[in-house]
Design a protein around this ligand. Structure first.
Ligand SMILES: Cc1cc2nc3c(=O)[nH]c(=O)nc-3n(C[C@H](O)[C@H](O)[C@H](O)COP(=O)(O)O)c2cc1C
Length: 222
């Protein structure tokens, strides 16, 4: 369980609190993870840059999180990380073009499920604009607001290569654990199959912008 306010961070299940407090459970953890204990002893306890703790209360440091992230951050991450790099939360074609030019491997078009900025543009509306800006081949993932099979097909038709789901899977798990997750996936698979049939297709790989009325995607090239 997770309890949070600006003054206190507590994860009840594991007894974790900020500021960090040492008790018998932590002593046991140190003893059973000697390598971690030694490196932490030598290097110091890791401190989040964006969360200051003190006896007088804890607070977020905005300038160290969102406020400090800029194009230089992306360059540094790209230089430091030689593996695949995907940037999530992209909503503007101009940003997408710059991100691609920085050598990123894929972009996830997303407004984080509309949870961050209440009045943000719908991610599904940004998707075809971003596909058009990046060309046919650049890998695009998509999420935010996908609730069923026809939403998946719509996102594929508007330019996504991969479609992700967030809360629907969580709701399934919340309702009935692993069984609930399987059930929601089965429901979505069934809906997907029905919706494919209704747009006159029987293979998901054949979905293109052809199935979308042209007035909605006047400039769509793919
Ligand atoms: C409770 C919750 C917490 C989330 N936290 C993050 C986060 O820390 N970082 C992030 O990029 N997205 C976060 N997301 C957004 C998801 O990664 C994902 O983009 C979103 O849930 C997809 O939309 P959907 O839930 O409508 O399918 C969060 C979503 C939920 C529901």
């Amino acid at each position: 369980m997770f309890q949070f306010n600006l003054g206190e961070l507590k994860i009840i299940k594991n007894g974790f609190t900020v500021p960090f407090k040492i008790g018998p459970k932590q002593m046991f953890d140190f003893a059973t993870h000697p390598l971690w204990s030694l490196t932490t002893l030598l290097g110091g306890i890791p401190k989040p840059m964006n969360y200051e703790t003190s006896k007088n209360g804890n607070k977020f440091v905005r300038s160290e999180s969102r406020g400090a992230t800029d194009w230089g951050t992306l360059k540094r991450v790209r230089d430091a990380w030689k593996g695949k790099l995907i940037i999530k939360g992209v909503m503007s074609p101009e940003d997408a073009i710059k991100i691609k030019a920085e050598g990123v491997d894929a972009i996830q078009v997303s407004n984080h499920g509309g949870r961050q900025l209440d009045s943000a543009t719908a991610a599904i509306e940004a998707l075809p604009l971003i596909r058009n800006a990046l060309g046919k081949e650049f890998p695009l993932l998509f999420d935010s607001g996908v609730r069923g099979g026809s939403d998946i097909i719509r996102a594929l038709a508007l330019g996504a290569d991969y479609v992700m789901l967030g809360r629907p899977l969580m709701y399934g798990i919340g309702a009935d654990g692993e069984k609930g997750l399987r059930r929601i996936l089965d429901i979505i698979k069934d809906e997907l199959s029905t919706a494919l049939g209704l747009v006159g297709l029987n293979d998901i790989n054949h979905v293109t912008s052809e199935i979308i009325a042209k007035k909605f995607i006047q400039n769509m090239k793919y």
